[in-house]
Unconditional design. Structure first.
Length: 198
């Protein structure tokens, strides 16, 4: 049976090493290109330890994506709290948060989109994590749009979600410089606001 967490809910030291290592390798080299042997070796543990902690590669992929989802939510919300006050400002600051996130060692675009492309099996347990993450982002934007009294807040949430997804693609491919700033200006138009994004 997999035993990924201690009773206190914290990762064991070995499990944490495995998860951090797997996250780096899966993101940088691709989920399908990395086997459990490579993860175990890079993490300095045995395959048995990996399987004891996570059960299978599929469950390790799930844990990797859940961890990344939690880290993105924390990053995003902390950034908004530190750099914005009103719901409208928070909606626009979302694009600054994304730009900063991608500058911090996330150059290959969205890990969830990448994972979705690699995991063709619709029954793979990680597919639900990917869908949950994308719905959370869209719904969080909708909540902020409602709080901001945006015109047609659900439409605004849809449009801003599309803009965010576009930024991760064109920025990771170096197609458009300062893509997040351009998207932020488009978002301001959707909100009928002015912005001086540089």
């Amino acid at each position: 049976m997999p035993r990924p967490r201690t009773p206190e809910g914290e990762l064991t030291p070995a499990a944490k090493r495995i998860l951090v290592t797997a996250g780096e390798l899966f993101y940088e080299q691709g989920i399908n290109a990395i086997g459990v042997e490579a993860v175990a070796e890079a993490a300095g543990v045995t395959k048995k330890t990996l399987y004891d902690r996570f059960g299978s590669k599929d469950q390790l992929i799930v844990a990797y994506l859940r961890d990344r989802d939690q880290r993105w939510r924390k990053w995003w919300q902390e950034h908004l709290e530190q750099h914005a006050t009103t719901p409208s400002e928070k909606l626009l600051a979302t694009f600054d948060a994304l730009a900063e996130w991608m500058r911090h060692n996330h150059p290959r675009g969205c890990a969830f989109v990448n994972a979705h492309a690699e995991l063709a099996d619709t029954d793979h347990p990680a597919r639900a994590v990917i869908t949950e993450h994308k719905h959370w982002v869209r719904n969080h934007l909708a909540s902020l749009a409602h709080e901001a009294d945006a015109p047609e807040p659900e439409r605004v949430a849809d449009e801003l979600t599309i803009l965010l997804e576009g930024v991760t693609v064109v920025q990771s491919l170096s197609v458009i410089e300062q893509a997040a700033d351009s998207a932020k200006r488009l978002a301001a138009r959707a909100l009928d606001l002015e912005t001086t994004a540089d």
